[in-house]
Design a protein around this ligand. Structure first.
Ligand code: NAD
Length: 344
């Protein structure tokens, strides 16, 4: 069993911890918390050992009646691999600590590619991470773009992709985030998403823009891909049907001449995930609106929705397998992870 430590137990950290416990080849040896806030209750109820981020923090935990098993360095030294889920741009500062502990580490998409050197998507570049010590799992948006563009690139060849990311402004728990009643364009063009996709599909010509909207429920991507061959919508849909972690959904159902609202937006999609009793009501798969896929000449148009809190979770599991040489074939790891997490 691979011993996994989780550094940073927020939105992503708690989900990755839970996903690790559902695998038969790895186990959680502990989680690092900076403060004994409410999220520590979830860690305790899952029986994870709690580590304080620094020794100065230990009395704060003890005052709340929470027993700690040590500090971050202790967890690092007892783990085969650390999943660093601390806030973006902060995690990379921990690299020296992981090096000193001779412990492998995975960072998340809030970090830049350069200092880590290898970025990961299970479908597109699993092999680059085999046996590596330090890897970054790309962001939720990048993961979504990589998953749907990869089969198109393999089967049609892509001349160029133009995409707009309509981004949720915060996660459901982030009551301090905004905008609350405004739509904010991200004024840097191209946005960072396009270059980020190139860290996992190196030869892709892609430019992106982004806007932030006042919702906590999913990102939506509007994508136009100019292909090397004219796309056929039926064929494209069957490619995505065969792609793991991509689900096709119907926005509207036809009843004769009448169109019935089915899953027209992100609210209904997440309600479906809750109806199906997916863990935490998460949707690890990328949702593509079947009736939003169109072909005009050599261009393919489609919309997809990304559950930002959870699409990267199975990717972290596959990255562990690659780095620890547990599985050399990406599809076998993806299938194993999907089965354990109930991803259909
Ligand atoms: P979060 O704020 O929900 O969780 C971060 C956790 O780390 C918090 O519990 C915080 O208290 C803790 N922390 C802060 N400093 C720490 C330290 N020094 N040591 C240990 N723990 C510390 O953040 P998140 O959304 O889970 O994001 C984590 C990473 O995942 C970021 O790189 C982010 O960009 C990336 N990511 C986030 C999302 C998302 O939508 N939330 C999606 C994909 C990737």
């Amino acid at each position: 069993m691979i011993k996994v430590g989780i550094n940073g137990f927020g939105t992503i950290g708690k989900r990755v911890a839970e996903a690790v416990t559902l695998q038969d080849d790895m186990t959680v040896v502990g989680v690092v918390k900076t403060k004994p806030t409410y999220e520590v209750q979830g860690a305790l109820s899952s029986d994870y050992a709690i580590f304080a981020s620094t020794s100065e923090k230990i009395p704060f935990f003890e005052k709340q009646g929470i027993e700690v098993s040590g500090v971050t360095e202790d967890l690092v030294s007892m783990s085969d691999i650390i999943i660093d889920c601390t806030p973006g741009k902060l995690g990379v500062n921990n690299m020296e600590m992981y090096k000193n502990g001779n412990t492998k580490a995975i960072w998340q998409g809030g970090e830049k590619h350069a200092p880590i050197g290898v970025s990961f998507n299970a479908l597109t570049n699993y092999n680059d991470s085999i046996g590596k010590d330090f890897v970054r799992v790309v962001s939720c948006n990048t993961t979504g773009l990589a998953r749907t563009l990869h089969p198109i690139s393999q089967n049609y060849g892509i001349d160029n992709v133009q995409a707009v990311m309509v981004r949720r402004s915060g996660d459901p728990k982030d009551s301090d985030r905004g905008p609350l009643n405004s739509i904010e364009p991200v004024l840097n063009v191209p946005s960072h998403h396009g270059p980020d996709v190139q860290t996992v599909i190196s030869d892709l010509n892609i430019q992106t823009m982004a806007v932030k909207v006042p919702t906590t429920i999913m990102h939506v991507h509007c994508i136009i891909a100019k292909l090397n061959k004219k796309p056929n919508v039926k064929d494209v849909l069957s490619l995505w049907e065969a792609t793991p972690r991509v689900n096709l959904l119907d926005g509207f159902l036809k009843n004769g001449e009448t169109e019935i609202r089915n899953l027209p937006g992100t609210a209904e999609i997440m309600e479906l995930a809750r109806d199906l009793s997916y863990r935490r009501g998460d949707l690890n798969q990328i949702a593509v609106w079947r009736d939003g896929v169109h072909a005009l000449d050599d261009k393919l148009y489609y919309y997809q929705a990304i559950h930002q809190e959870s699409d990267v979770v199975p990717e972290n599991i596959d990255a562990i397998r690659a780095m620890l040489n547990l599985e050399s074939n990406n599809m076998r790891s993806i299938q194993k992870t999907n089965k354990a997490l109930g991803i259909t």
